[in-house]
Design a protein around this ligand. Structure first.
Ligand code: HEC
Length: 190
């Protein structure tokens, strides 16, 4: 083997190790007390999907940009949230989640929205980590963002410039069904 090739291979190997060793992880905090949330409290299922891994490392919810995942997100929201927040997140016992107003400004980011869901807030808004998996939380969050009905320019940090290109305020249209290329966690009945 030529020296230069060997050097290049060694460099590539070094890079691969460096990247896989660098598991940056976000710190998540309780929205009310600021206490660090312990992700080990999460349910054992639904922890190792690609979406969960990406989210824990970066705070980015990849389900937001994936139309295949909206129907599953709606299911999770209807099962776990709509009883208190309304069918369209318009607000009921708990506040509306489909507009610009947030009691907790954390709601403007996906990391913050997750912190409220996982760790809870006050009163009836208990922590959800014992009732739904991390993956289901991300799916429900994608549906909550989809239900946003106001001016995209006022939405908050969660609506990145990239997502905004495709985003339309919600008008009550049904969730599209997942296609054949849907990630495993977004398939209905799966
Ligand atoms: C048993 C009723 C109940 C359920 C179920 C529930 N919530 Fe809540 N939620 C509330 C109440 C009440 C509040 C207000 C709490 C506060 O102000 O501290 C709240 C607050 C919130 C907030 C903060 C809103 C803001 O304006 O800052 C978010 C986000 C939220 N809920 C999301 C969810 C999601 C997503 C689900 C489902 C996974 C869910 N909730 C399930 C009752 C509920």
């Amino acid at each position: 083997m030529k020296k230069s090739v060997r050097a290049a291979l060694a460099a590539a190997l070094f890079c691969a190790t460096a990247v896989s060793g660098a598991h940056a992880q976000q710190t998540f905090n309780n929205a009310v007390t600021g206490e660090t949330l312990n992700l080990d409290d999460a349910m054992p299922e639904g922890r190792d999907t690609q979406a969960v891994k990406t989210f824990i490392e970066s705070g980015e919810n990849v389900y937001l940009g994936d139309k295949n995942c909206l129907a599953k997100g709606e299911q999770a929201f209807l099962a776990m949230c709509s009883g208190c927040h309304g069918q369209k997140a318009e607000g009921k016992l708990g506040p509306g989640l489909n507009d610009t107003h947030w009691t907790y400004p954390q709601g403007r980011t996906d990391k913050g929205l997750f912190e409220i869901i996982f760790g809870g807030a006050q009163g009836m808004m208990g922590p959800m980590h014992g009732a739904m998996t991390l993956d289901e939380m991300l799916l429900a969050m994608a549906w909550v963002r989809h239900l946003y009905k106001d001016d995209p320019a006022e939405a908050g940090e969660w609506l990145t410039a990239d997502l905004a290109k495709d985003f339309k305020p919600y008008k009550g249209e049904p969730a599209p069904q997942p296609g054949a290329d849907a990630p495993e966690s977004c398939k209905i009945g799966g």
